[in-house]
Write a protein that binds this ligand. Structure first.
Ligand code: AKG
Ligand code: FE2
Length: 434
């Protein structure tokens, strides 16, 4: 039985892949795609190059990554006038609206969890209905009244900023490469998302796997980052652990509410969370001199069960609306932004929607977000709740384990997801039987 951290640990070494893809004629590929040509030449090129690039990355794991961070720092310091090609997204994939382009009629709902804590359960019915509606439409909502202390979130944000502003060599001490090339934890300037991107993304990250392993991790990374400052190192790991505990508690409360919203027997869902797996990830998006040429995070679907994002006050998160247009999510002070991820969509037999989203950067201010991902058990077959499957609602996705989803399926279909395809489509029953 593969432990969860092994599953999360097989990094795609994406920046190196992308560096090597610079000889690919992206414009030709995109024009072929626009002309309706079958296949995905960029994806094919990535897939073909992957083994060689992986070997090169093994030899020099942090070379390309370190380069990426240095470049963004030089840009910030005014030492470079324009964005290097490796960061530039192909024109057809670039955003056409800014990071703060809000469309009020499309914003996501704000849902207050206060009824959860009330002894008489007043307001629960409406709460559960509101959650169902949000999950069926955009798959996103803001959570307020969550009882995670504001102080804890603020401390975590402050530590995050301190960490990311450190010199690169210090941060790299606490990176996955410094610990093990096989693990993707601690500091990284790789995209933490497993979704391939056609260009380097404009961000740095810090990841800890939750639970007991995670606690060991955060301490050891902090000790490497602050070797001469024991207090700072201890404080960082304590705050991180407190945050992880609060966000795990909140994720599990939301999981219970989702079960109620689906009106299904809780036992079916509980089997996936006997020893819940949580990943906490800090993402730092530096300002860019040319925000629309780059992306903080390329369009992707989250793969786990649910995600909680603590945004700071800098907008940047965008969702794809049902009308096919992107819109920015307006940060709500003190709220967590919740979203449905792929496994929840499958467990709900397609009723709840895992939605495409991305992050844009801006010219002036860095943005810091803290994402918490709750994943289902890696080894259990992801099957929809029986109550949600009948003649009118046939099973939408074939059985898969989350471990399989994260590794085998992902690796085999780089081309599909590079092109913003939904990984879930690969396990869709009607698609595979056509
Ligand atoms: O930074 C954000 O607001 C969103 C991050 C995100 O989508 C993710 O971590 O999967
Ligand atoms: Fe995401």
């Amino acid at each position: 039985m593969a432990p969860p951290d092994v599953e999360f640990s097989a990094p795609l070494r994406l920046p190196s892949v992308i560096m090597s893809v610079k000889n690919v004629d992206t414009e030709k590929i995109l024009s072929e795609q626009n002309a309706g040509a079958r296949g995905n030449a960029l994806g094919d090129a990535l897939a073909t190059l992957a083994p060689a690039v992986a070997a090169a990355a093994e030899a020099e794991p942090q070379g390309a990554l370190a380069n990426a961070v240095e470049v963004s720092r030089m840009l910030r310091d005014g030492k470079l006038a324009e964005v290097p090609t490796a960061f530039k997204f192909p024109e057809q994939m670039r955003a056409t609206i800014a990071h703060d382009d809000f469309c009020d009629d499309k914003d996501i709902p704000v849902i207050d969890l206060t009824p959860v804590w009330a002894e008489d359960g007043a307001g629960m019915e409406k709460l559960v209905d509101d959650i169902a509606r949000a999950c069926e439409t955009s798959g996103f909502f803001h959570v307020v009244g969550h009882q995670v202390p504001d102080r804890c979130v603020k401390q975590m944000q402050a530590h995050g900023r301190t960490l990311f502003e450190l010199p690169l060599d210090r941060k790299l001490q606490g990176s996955f490469a410094a610990g093990s090339t096989a693990q993707r934890r601690g500091y990284s300037c790789t995209p933490k998302t497993v979704t391939p991107s056609p260009a380097l993304i404009w961000q740095e990250g810090f990841t800890v796997l939750g639970g007991k392993t995670g606690q060991v991790d955060v301490e050891s990374y902090a000790e490497k980052i602050w070797p001469d400052d024991v207090e700072q190192s201890k404080d960082f790991s304590q705050v991180y652990q407190e945050y992880a505990a609060h966000s795990m508690r909140l994720s599990l409360v939301l999981k219970d509410l989702l079960i109620k919203s689906l009106k299904v027997d809780p036992a079916h869902f509980e089997q996936y969370f006997e020893s819940p797996v949580q990943v906490v990830h800090l993402t730092y998006y530096p300002p860019s001199p040319s925000p629309l040429e780059v992306m903080g995070l390329n369009p992707h679907y989250d793969m786990g069960f649910l995600t909680l994002i603590a945004q700071d006050d800098v907008p940047g998160l965008q969702l794809l609306g049902k009308d096919g247009n992107w819109f920015s999510v307006r940060p709500v002070p003190g709220a967590f932004c919740f979203n449905v991820a792929d496994s929840l969509e499958a467990l709900s037999n397609g009723r709840f929607r895992s939605n495409l989203h991305r992050v844009l950067v801006n010219k002036e201010r860095p943005r810091l977000s803290i994402s918490t991902f709750l994943a289902p058990d890696f080894n259990k077959s992801v099957d929809p709740a029986p109550e949600l499957v009948d003649d009118e609602h046939p099973r939408v996705y074939r059985p898969f384990t989350f471990g399989e989803y994260m590794s085998t399926i992902r690796g085999a279909h780089l081309d599909h997801i590079t092109n913003c395809g939904h990984l879930l489509d690969l396990v869709r029953i009607d698609a595979s039987t056509k």
